[in-house]
Design a protein around this ligand. Sequence first.
Ligand SMILES: Nc1ncnc2c1ncn2[C@@H]1O[C@H](COP(=O)(O)OP(=O)(O)O)[C@@H](O)[C@H]1O
Ligand SMILES: [Mg+2]
Length: 253
Amino acid sequence: MNKIIIGEQIVKSFGEGKERHKVLDRVSVEINEGEFVAVMGPSGSGKTTLMFALSGMDRIDSGKVAFDGVKLSDLGEKELSDIRRTKMGFVFQQPTMLKNLNLLDNIILPTVRDNRKNTTAISEKARKLMKRVGIGDFEKRDITQVSGGQLQRAGICRALMNEPKILFGDEPTGALNSKSADEIMNILSEINEDDGTAIMLVTHDAKVAARAERILFMKDGIIVNETKTSKFARKNLENRVEKINLKMRELGI
Ligand SMILES: Nc1ncnc2c1ncn2[C@@H]1O[C@H](COP(=O)(O)OP(=O)(O)O)[C@@H](O)[C@H]1O
Ligand SMILES: [Mg+2]
């Protein structure tokens, strides 16, 4: 199986002098192409820091991260940002969007910036994605005229415009009610299964993590455990959630 990400012995510290502490303490992690991995752990355990390290959003102190066969520490800022823009997609708790642009224009903005000639084709692609995630009728809406769940769908569309190899999500359902969260998770699962887009999802919600093939459990900057499930077992979400909660209690997280 080809690896999209190989992280080896990653160390990342924050703070100065006596305050300095390791937030990632020799973390090694590999993600296969097309795999759906969730990272769980308490607040402050290093989940976001790990996601930033693996996506090249942040430099690491030592260790190694290879993305799609390329060692990230060998790259300059421009090359790094090119890789992030063309091969990775990002979804955060709330999408950052411009108030004076409608939903469609917000979605296409980063892509149009890269390629001003193909605006029509880019818009068409965005419309297809919007339809696919259920916001096909909202292209002209202001970002203030849609719900949190609809805005997050638009964020997902924007993240998918370049057909990324992997989608990184940092608590993408964290600001949503449980119905909207379920809908967003249905969309993400479908993108993973139908398009083969790998997903790395940071969450502290067992119900969200239950959708993943593999769950990494983090505690104090270390991956302390992981579980893997079959597609079949994931169909029974409630049962899976129970097992995850049990595991977390066992691990004391
Ligand atoms: N930019 C930063 N500067 C200083 N400390 C940071 C920074 N980012 C994260 N930290 C610290 O690193 C630890 C892990 O943070 P984070 O990775 O955001 O945890 P999680 O996502 O699991 O909640 C926390 O103690 C946090 O305060
Ligand atoms: Mg976080």
